[in-house]
Design a protein around this ligand. Structure first.
Ligand SMILES: Nc1ncnc2c1ncn2[C@@H]1O[C@H](COP(=O)(O)OP(=O)(O)OP(=O)(O)O)[C@@H](O)[C@H]1O
Length: 559
């Protein structure tokens, strides 16, 4: 039932859909791919030698190289100013770019204007499928690499990814350039197959077609775009077989399917197929002898955090005011205070997620606010969040592997070449992650999706993920929330054992009993200011603390 051109269109449709998949895996919605494809197609068709002079395949290969280079370069130029945009704003900006390119091409002489350009037909079905196989292979090898996991982490929670030491801007730009390169490849293949390169072929509907193919097939599994393309290209064939020739049915069905997939099947058709779960290596966690943890922690007495007159205003609200704090190596500092006292704001400034409005901060030799969040993380700061910021659709083990981003080596390029060292490094990271899971008692949940864990387990998983980067300063924001007394006691023991390993710990906690038991020093905040600092005994007997604290939320705080 399939004609030769159906085979080619399936392959081309899948390649184009991969250019959407490339950014969707990182949670970006770009609609500029038709623009990349057209600019690459027209440039390659004008510059590449004629097949009559050099032969079909050499001519095509030269055109492909030109097209991919043009696509990549255009993506860099467009990506640099737009990568800060999120969600619908990036979609609108990239769509505007594609439209501008289309108008430009229509009005240029060298492109043949609205008539377009005729191009020799050299693409054979086997060529299209070989190229598709290479593209699919690329994404297959990307999926379980350190780079691939980082992109997924960005998609799931950008802020948490930053805090795990991932350079979000760099990763987003590289994904965008991959999209541009693939769209360029598609533009050239399209031109050298359909013979006529017309600006109208690269309008809004083309962008939607690519997006629908990627989303319907599934944007979280590497074979999704291929499935989507097979499915959508089959529609006209099935129509022809049953004698319904109406041309509107395919685009109508594509739109309808997109709607249904978004509503009822967010993982696309690919999610209907059974997925091989990763082989867990929890049993070998004990093999993490030293593992990836090699950081020399600051010695006792050495400065870890130094805050001088630090303040943060939100409009008229002084979330923090004139905070002075000196934390040294190996200390376990409790940060307590009533709701809204400014505890989270303070640790956000220390980890670089919030900028101070006054004063200075030095953390492990860097100045948060001036240094990027991922650089602060690389210096040895790791944290959990008050409201869980796990990578919801990744397994517990994968969450912790992302946490190990900073201490593991890049594996993607070596995975492409199938080098054994990449396999070794991935395994070492997995063993390290399994050891972190074991430390918080989550070994048996390694394969469970983060979103399916109980609240208490999610808190524990955040700690395991934070530990995976081998931090010198660990910030725990209400880690015992949702835990019972037994679990909170176990957590307290864990914190003490981490301190014995040389970690410095900042603990925000409403469970005052646990703070008293665990911390060597306690800092009390109220209305954004430090009202007391001292040992647990000193704090328990400080009248200002008793008044501020017990006066406000006795029942909760005494828990
Ligand atoms: N992004 C923001 N925009 C405006 N105001 C904010 C913002 N973040 C915090 N605040 C305000 O700053 C103050 C301190 O908030 P913060 O969350 O740091 O307190 P907290 O001690 O961590 O409280 P809780 O124990 O309830 O988490 C509060 O008045 C809060 O409303």
């Amino acid at each position: 039932m399939f004609t030769e051109s159906t085979f080619v269109f399936i392959a081309l449709g899948a390649i184009f859909a991969y250019s959407f998949y490339a950014v969707l895996v990182a949670g970006q919605l770009s609609l500029g791919q038709a623009g990349f494809a057209s600019i690459a197609g027209f440039t390659a068709a004008s510059l590449a030698p004629s097949p009559d002079d050099v032969g079909d395949l050499p001519a095509l290969l030269i055109a492909i190289v030109i097209g991919m280079a043009v696509g990549a370069l255009t993506a860099v130029v467009l990506g640099l100013p737009t990568m800060r945009l999120r969600g619908v704003f990036l979609a609108i900006a990239t769509l505007a770019f594609a439209e501008a390119i289309r108008i430009l091409i229509i009005n240029m002489d060298w492109t043949g204007g609205a008539q377009g350009m005729s191009v020799p037909k050299v693409v054979e079905p086997w060529m299209a499928w070989v190229i598709l196989a290479v593209v699919a292979y690329w994404f297959w090898r990307q999926a379980n690499s350190r780079y691939g996991r980082a992109l997924e982490a960005i998609r799931e929670d950008e802020l948490a990814a930053r805090a795990m030491g991932i350079d979000v801007g760099g990763h987003r730009l590289s994904a965008f350039v991959t999209a541009g390169t693939l769209a360029g490849l598609y533009g050239v293949l399209w031109a050298y197959f359909v013979r006529l390169l017309a600006p109208e072929d690269f309008g809004f509907s083309k962008a939607i077609d690519g997006l629908v193919t990627a989303v319907v097939g599934g944007s979280t599994a590497f074979f999704g775009p291929l499935l989507g393309s097979v499915f959508l290209e089959m529609v006209p064939e099935v129509q022809r077989a049953i004698g319904i020739e109406a041309g509107w049915i395919r685009p109508f069905l594509a739109g309808l399917l997109m709607l249904l997939v978004i509503l009822f099947l967010p993982g696309g058709i690919a999610s209907l197929l059974p997925r091989r779960s990763r082989k867990l290596v929890a049993a070998t966690a004990a093999a993490d002898a030293g593992g990836l943890s090699q950081r020399a922690h600051p010695a006792t007495g050495e400065t870890v955090v130094k805050l001088v007159g630090l303040g943060k205003d939100y409009g008229g609200v002084h979330a923090n005011k004139d905070i002075n704090l000196h934390v040294t190596g190996g200390e376990v500092i409790g940060l307590i205070g009533p709701n809204g006292a400014g505890k989270t704001t303070l640790v956000n400034m220390i980890s670089g997620l919030a900028r101070s409005t006054s004063g200075t901060a030095e953390v492990l030799g860097l100045q948060p606010g001036k240094a990027a969040v991922h650089k602060i993380a690389a210096a040895g700061v790791s944290r959990t969040f008050q409201h869980s910021k796990l990578f919801a659709r990744l397994s517990a083990l994968e969450n912790v592997m992302v946490g190990g981003h900073l201490v593991s080596k890049p594996t993607f390029l070596r995975r492409l070449l199938w080098l054994p060292s990449a396999r070794h490094d991935e395994r070492q990271l997995m063993v390290h992650a399994a050891a972190c899971l074991e430390r918080v008692g989550l070994t048996d949940k390694a394969g469970t999706k983060a979103s399916a864990l109980s609240y208490g387990d999610q808190r524990r998983l955040e700690i395991a993920r934070a530990l995976a980067s081998d931090p010198s300063l660990l910030i725990l924001d209400e880690p015992a929330a949702g835990m019972n007394h037994v679990e909170a006691d176990a957590l307290s023991d864990l914190i003490s054992s981490l301190a014995q390993d040389g970690l410095t710990i900042l603990l925000i906690e409403h469970n005052v009993g646990m703070v008293m038991k665990t911390c060597s020093r306690i800092v009390v905040l109220n209305f954004g200011q430090v009202i007391a600092t001292g040992t647990p005994d000193e704090i328990a007997n400080n009248p200002a603390v008793v008044e501020a604290y017990l006066g406000s939320s006795e029942s909760e705080d005494a828990s």
